[in-house]
Design a protein around this ligand. Structure first.
Ligand SMILES: Nc1nc2c(ncn2[C@@H]2O[C@H](COP(=O)(O)OP(=O)(O)OP(=O)(O)O)[C@@H](O)[C@H]2O)c(=O)[nH]1
Ligand SMILES: [Mg+2]
Length: 293
């Protein structure tokens, strides 16, 4: 399909110490981009890893890959939300850099969006989806329990997924975002009021290199996140704790971060400053809890 017929796509990738995974991740993304003639750019939202990630990205010299180095309000959800505000594409995607999420599934996920879905998940738990055989029973139970707890909010099979695609117009309908913890996909499904969520089966591989950043603290934060989403569904939105109103975010034209290893995340600082003065001590404690480094 000629490039002009496909909507432009920005892939937002949160990273923290993923230098070992980045070379293969970038190569596979480049291959998908070329094979499907995608108008694809990438925003790598890195929390100042200092592990050589910036140098690896710069050395690749891929003009469609932009690095944003974040030095404040670190955290996965914050990084993703900031990336979504910065993104220029008509379609927005989010995925991990550790090669758990196959870049090769992106074209099928985009097709699902083009044929009517308003949110598409790269899903482990629909027919044809899978996880690695070596998942421990504990990890599996953990994942299932987290999914069950979210069931009153959405009936999708894999609401915990960090691999998803949505139109920017859908994101712009979102309101009262409260970026906390790891489950930014669930946050978006609820706060953007996504009605038609489609799950495309993927094989969720184990991370190739490096250590998981998912900690017990993150799991505790998930309970706090759920509490807030339940309150939101019941129409209770504490004014002090949310990014209020529509997805106003930072003005796009002036906040696009120049690519390169020295980029600093000014937009994110503005975005998060935007709601932190209104945050209660409770909110600040929750955010601190999310930061374990
Ligand atoms: N910017 C940013 N990225 C993060 C942070 N924590 C994790 N990430 C990235 O978010 C993605 C998901 O984190 P993972 O550690 O892989 O979490 P997981 O997928 O639940 O766990 P495993 O894959 O089993 O290790 C990866 O690309 C991480 O590098 C953070 O605090 N800030
Ligand atoms: Mg991972």
């Amino acid at each position: 399909m000629p490039q002009t017929e496909r909507p432009s796509l920005t892939v937002v990738v949160p990273t923290y110490r993923e230098a070992e995974n980045l070379p293969e991740f970038l190569d596979r993304m480049a291959a998908v981009r070329a094979a499907h003639s995608l108008q694809l750019d990438m925003l790598i939202m890195d929390d100042d890893s200092g592990d050589g990630s910036a140098e690896i990205i710069a050395a690749r010299g891929m003009p469609w890959v932009n690095l944003v180095v974040r030095t404040s309000d670190r955290g996965l959800s914050q990084a993703v939300l900031e990336g979504l505000f910065l993104a220029k594409g008509e379609v927005l995607a989010c995925m991990d850099a550790d090669l758990s999420h196959p870049p090769e599934s992106l074209p099928e996920m985009m097709r699902a969006l083009e044929t009517g879905a308003d949110f598409v998940i790269g899903s482990r738990y629909v027919a044809g989806g899978s996880t690695s055989d070596d998942w421990t029973a504990l990890r599996w139970i953990n994942s299932q329990a987290a999914t069950l707890l979210a069931r009153p909010l959405t009936s999708v099979r894999d609401p915990m997924a960090g691999f998803f695609v949505l139109r920017r117009s859908t994101f712009e309908q979102g309101r009262d975002f409260y970026p906390i913890g790891y489950k930014i996909g669930l946050e978006l499904i609820v706060r953007c009021d996504c009605q038609h969520v489609v799950e495309v089966p993927i094989h969720f591989g184990n991370r190739r290199h490096g250590k998981s950043k998912l900690t017990l603290k993150q799991q505790i934060l998930y309970l706090e996140h759920l509490r807030r989403l339940y309150m939101y569904r019941c129409g209770i939105v504490p004014f002090s704790s949310a990014i209020t109103g529509k997805t106003s975010g930072p003005p796009r034209s002036s906040t696009r971060t120049p690519k390169g290893p020295d980029s600093k995340s000014l937009a994110g600082q503005r975005l998060l400053q935007d709601f932190s003065p209104r945050a209660t001590p409770d909110d600040r404690a929750a955010n601190r809890l999310g930061r374990d480094r």
